[in-house]
Design a protein around this ligand. Structure first.
Ligand SMILES: C[S@@+](CC[C@H](N)C(=O)[O-])C[C@H]1O[C@@H](n2cnc3c(N)ncnc32)[C@H](O)[C@@H]1O
Ligand code: SF4
Length: 382
């Protein structure tokens, strides 16, 4: 049986730059040449088709930026090309990230006709004042409409929400979350507002004009989210992700379980096994213009390519898999050459922060441990 892998396609443009965001997203002054983008993505995919062994695809993800700015015909062409070059079927999860503005909603039907079966909507908040502060160019009403329309076309709907926002109160967050859950989404990605380097929010934060909730309140907001989601049968399967049974993101699980993926487009990353069986990490050129030039010239845009050592592979596996509720396979970690420090294991277990599932031999972070997960993971990985 052929092994499986995922494909990530990066669309690097947005209508405006949100003040908290440091993703590789750009506001283009010129009209975007979507046909050119499509042909270069196909060219970069062809490159990977040549360097990898033939494999089936388990998931495809159009991320951004704002991929819902893509013409549906471009999505169609790219998927059509992938189908010819690699193999996928009806079970392949095909996600597109969408911003909930009305212009983008008109395209949902076409995306669905062309094979998208999962949509990830950037709702962020259902509080209009906070949406403005986050620099979003949609209202809560538009976000709700987006979810309603998505129900008509997609089997699986995920929403992104940002919590731990300035001035956020427990009761208000509970009401907002309940409102979001009542809309019947199958999956929630919940991100704690983070101050990223070189963003407008960083300047505001440093000058004292933006004050975030303290650690204690952030924890309370997180724990509340976990219990409210559970009441709606959305279970935590990764530290920031909650899902109804059967709606866990196949694409993200592949990242967390150290699978293989090809990333095309500006700034996309890849982890692939080459024809000699070596695991390679690749980072593409970030700047959309330079990316175009590189792909035109040589068919690919990598600016960093590294053969991963066994130690690198072990580190990535523990760092990513310990974020999932299933945890890390101790057998797999050991087979990769990893060593767990017995003293640290003993003390974290005695404190109730981690446990080993005796049936599966997976090491897991407990509910108590989840609020200090970064500390636990760094303790175990070092
Ligand atoms: C690639 S971005 C978003 C896709 C889409 N353009 C949007 O904005 O809805 C993925 C998610 O990361 C989250 N995010 C980005 N920057 C963040 C930050 N500084 N703190 C917390 N969450 C952030 C947002 O929830 C966003 O939906
Ligand atoms: S949060 Fe989304 S819409 Fe806002 S700048 Fe980042 S990628 Fe673009």
């Amino acid at each position: 049986m052929k092994s499986k892998f995922s494909i990530y396609i990066h669309w690097p443009y947005c209508l405006s730059k949100c003040p908290y965001c440091d993703f590789n997203s750009h506001v283009s002054k010129e009209k975007i040449d979507q046909d050119q983008y499509s042909s270069l993505i196909k060219k970069e995919l062809d490159h990977y088709c040549e360097v990898m062994n033939s494999k089936n695809i388990s998931s495809i993800f159009f991320g951004g930026g704002t991929p819902s700015l893509m013409d549906p015909s471009v999505v169609y062409e790219i998927l059509n090309h992938i189908e010819k070059k690699f193999k996928f079927d009806d079970k392949t999860e095909i996600t597109l990230e969408a911003n909930p503005t009305s212009v983008e909603l008109d395209k949902f039907r076409h995306y669905s006709d062309f094979g998208i079966n999962r949509v990830s909507i950037g709702v962020q908040s259902l509080n209009d004042i906070d949406l403005k502060k986050l620099g979003r160019n949609h209202t809560s009403k538009e976000a709700i409409r987006a979810i309603e329309i998505a129900h008509q076309y997609f089997n699986s709907i995920s929403i992104d929400l940002i919590y731990s926002r300035p001035g956020q109160k427990i009761n208000e967050w509970k009401a907002e979350l309940l409102q979001a859950l009542a809309l019947g989404t199958h999956h929630i990605s919940l991100y704690q507002l983070t101050i990223e380097p070189k963003t407008t929010y960083e300047k505001l934060f440093k000058s004292g004009k933006l004050i975030l909730p303290n650690e204690e309140l952030s924890r309370e907001l997180y724990l509340l989210t976990e219990s409210v989601c559970k009441d709606y049968s959305l279970f935590k399967y990764e530290l920031s992700n909650f899902s109804k049974k059967g709606h866990e993101s196949i694409h993200n699980l592949n990242y967390w379980n150290s699978g293989e993926w090809v990333g095309v487009g500006p700034g996309a990353h890849s982890r692939i096994e080459n024809k000699d069986g070596e695991r390679i990490s690749i980072i593409n050129e970030y700047d959309p213009r330079k990316w175009q030039e590189y792909v035109k010239m040589s068919g690919f845009s990598s600016i960093k390519k590294q053969n991963l050592s066994q130690e690198n592979i072990c580190d990535e596996y523990i760092l990513m898999s310990m974020r999932t509720s299933k945890g890390m396979s101790v057998n797999k970690y050991t087979d990769l050459g990893g060593h767990l420090d017995k003293t640290k294991l003993k003390s974290l277990t005695a404190g109730g922060y981690i446990k080993v599932n005796k049936n599966t031999n997976y090491l897991q972070i407990t509910s108590k441990g989840s609020i200090i997960s970064d500390f636990i993971i760094s303790e175990l990985a070092l």
